[in-house]
Design a protein around this ligand. Structure first.
Ligand SMILES: C[S@@+](CC[C@H](N)C(=O)[O-])C[C@H]1O[C@@H](n2cnc3c(N)ncnc32)[C@H](O)[C@@H]1O
Length: 322
């Protein structure tokens, strides 16, 4: 996929918007049927949730958490060291709101390589975490040896009822993950707090062009499942999911997630470490995917050649009833 030369180059004023609109029109005119793919979801394919029909209920969905973990863990060091800090702004907001403090018993669902676990522990919290990716959990354990970090699925949490004062999930809960919220409620004590984050749909949303590039280079049969999960980004959906799991919703907030890379090579290593890159990398020559992704994020590059990748990032805070 090539952007017209008039749309590539450095970010100037609103030029990124033009590039984004071009990408959308490129996709809608594409013969590869990605019109319904919402590229703002980094979980889509990697979550490996399949439905028998477009309107299948959550209970009809089959989630292969090991497959999701393999995808998310395929390039664990690059994820942990080059990308994972994307969440710092919402992480701080969630920590403040759940009252992160000395002795608070906290579970991080889909904790990845454990950046949030490490920072919460530094604030004195007693930390537990679970993730589907073995390679990411290994890094999390190296970082936080005292934390209770498990390989497994957030759909079946291996902790007793009422074990935690707070649960968080940084971009780990998506549309279709309602059972994970029910599990979160079960392991929370009455009155316990939950904070979840996910990508918004507002501006800036640099990852959209990047994920469109991944989608255009993935096998066509993946597109159906790729569009399923991002409905959590729609206004009110996360609140509905939390309320459906019995929580009292307290607040929605937004931050701008910012990740910076000094050059194109590191930008590519970071972006290609995400789970949804895997179908494209397996289906298409990685050099071709790399070139498409770098073109898609060219608007993020400044005059020194460094990248500033920015995205609308939302969080919702809720409380379990007493
Ligand atoms: C977008 S990453 C977020 C990771 C981490 N919270 C962070 O912000 O860096 C999504 C994570 O969800 C994990 N995941 C996917 N399905 C899961 C499941 N059923 N149970 C636990 N973790 C899961 C993946 O392995 C991956 O680490």
């Amino acid at each position: 996929m090539r952007l017209p030369s008039s749309l590539s180059g450095k970010r100037r004023g609103e030029s990124w918007r033009t590039a984004d609109e071009w990408l959308k029109s490129e996709i809608s005119s594409s013969s590869c049927h990605v019109q319904d793919f919402d590229p703002t979801s980094p979980h889509d394919e990697a979550m490996s949730i399949e439905t028998s029909t477009e309107t299948a209920s959550t209970s009809d969905r089959v989630h292969d958490w090991r497959k999701a973990g393999e995808a998310w863990g395929h390039s664990a060091d690059d994820w942990a060291y080059l990308y994972e800090h994307y969440s710092l702004d919402v992480m701080i907001a969630i920590f403040q709101r759940v009252g992160m403090t000395e002795g608070l018993r906290v579970l991080d669902m889909a904790c990845g390589s454990g950046l949030a676990v490490r920072h919460a522990q530094a604030m004195g919290a007693s930390m537990a975490g679970i993730d589907a990716a073995e390679t990411l959990i290994e890094i999390a354990r190296d970082r936080s040896p005292r934390a209770d970090l498990r390989l497994g699925s957030m759909f079946e949490l291996p902790w007793d009822d009422g074990s935690f004062d707070a649960v968080m999930s940084i971009n780990g809960v998506w549309g279709g993950c309602e059972p994970a919220l029910e599990e979160a409620s079960r392991v929370l004590r009455p009155g316990g707090m939950i904070g979840i984050s996910f990508w918004g749909t507002g501006i800036p949303i640099d990852l959209r062009a990047c994920f469109i590039a991944f989608a255009l280079h993935a096998p066509q049969e993946h597109f159906g499942s790729m569009k399923k999960l991002n409905n959590i980004a729609a206004p009110g959906v996360a609140e509905q999911m939390l309320a459906g799991a019995g929580f009292e919703v307290l607040e929605r907030g937004a931050r701008v997630s910012v990740v910076e890379w000094p050059d194109a090579e590191l930008a590519w290593r970071a972006l290609s470490s995400v789970g949804p890159a895997v179908p494209a990398l397996r289906h298409t020559d990685p050099a071709v995917v790399k070139s498409a992704v770098l073109e898609a994020i060219d608007h993020c590059r400044d005059e020194r050649g460094a990248y500033r990748f920015q995205n609308d990032h939302h969080f919702v805070i809720a409380r379990k009833a007493d």
